[in-house]
Design a binder for this molecule. Structure first.
Ligand code: GDP
Length: 194
């Protein structure tokens, strides 16, 4: 089955999304920063396997070196399996993402999330932004345009709706835009195989 890799900072709602996608329950609030092997699960009812990669970025009680090691593991995994990975889904907290990105942007600094998004593209993995927690976002279009802008995607965000920007609420179970984006890449990959 086609593999979809799920990435995101801690606390963006990755476990909640995994639960919604697979129907299994996941440890939300498990021990942060503990090394985990990437795990594979069925994405029901789609024909995908979803790989849960560890959360990265700031985690309370996790030291810098450990955080860097997690990021290195993620990058290695993506590099190694780029050929078979259909899409890399970067999960964002729609309410917090722009502030976090702007706080970590500077002349010598690229935010991890933005860096990983670029890295996916570099290794040839189609990248999807799952903008989560949209139930908390009031200025929907402005917010999504700002997010698009931070990832170098020219606004208006609707231009990217079919395959790259998927506004969702994992908690409410509204994830159809993400299913659609991933299906888009599945069909594109099948066409390429012909
Ligand atoms: P993870 O660290 O990325 O695995 O994040 P979790 O799945 O543990 O979620 C972190 C927090 O965000 C929890 O309090 C969730 O209930 C909350 N959360 C997750 N998805 C949503 C969502 O779509 N909307 C809202 N409002 N909260 C969410």
């Amino acid at each position: 089955d086609a593999e979809v890799a799920l990435l995101g900072r801690s606390n963006v709602g990755k476990s909640t999304l995994m639960r919604e996608i697979t129907g299994h329950s996941f440890d939300t609030g498990g021990k942060p920063g503990v090394t985990r092997e990437p795990n594979h699960y069925d994405w029901a009812p789609e024909d995908f396997v979803v790989t849960d990669l560890p959360g990265f970025g700031f985690m309370a009680g996790v030291e810098e070196g450990r955080r860097e090691a997690i990021k290195t593991d993620i990058v290695r995994y993506l590099e190694q399996y780029a050929e078979r990975i259909l899409a890399g889904v970067v999960v964002l907290d729609g309410k917090a993402a722009v502030d976090i990105i702007d706080r970590h942007s500077g002349p010598d600094e690229i935010p991890h999330t933005v860096e990983l998004f670029g890295f996916l593209q570099e290794v040839g993995i189609p990248a999807v932004l799952a903008v989560n927690k949209m139930d908390k976002v009031e200025d929907r279009d402005e917010r999504l345009d700002a997010i698009a802008d931070r990832f170098g995607l020219y606004p208006p965000w609707q231009q990217w709706e079919a395959e790259t920007i998927a506004p969702i609420s994992a908690k409410r179970g509204t994830i159809e835009p993400l299913n659609q984006a991933v299906r888009h890449h599945l069909h594109a990959a099948k066409r390429d195989d012909l």
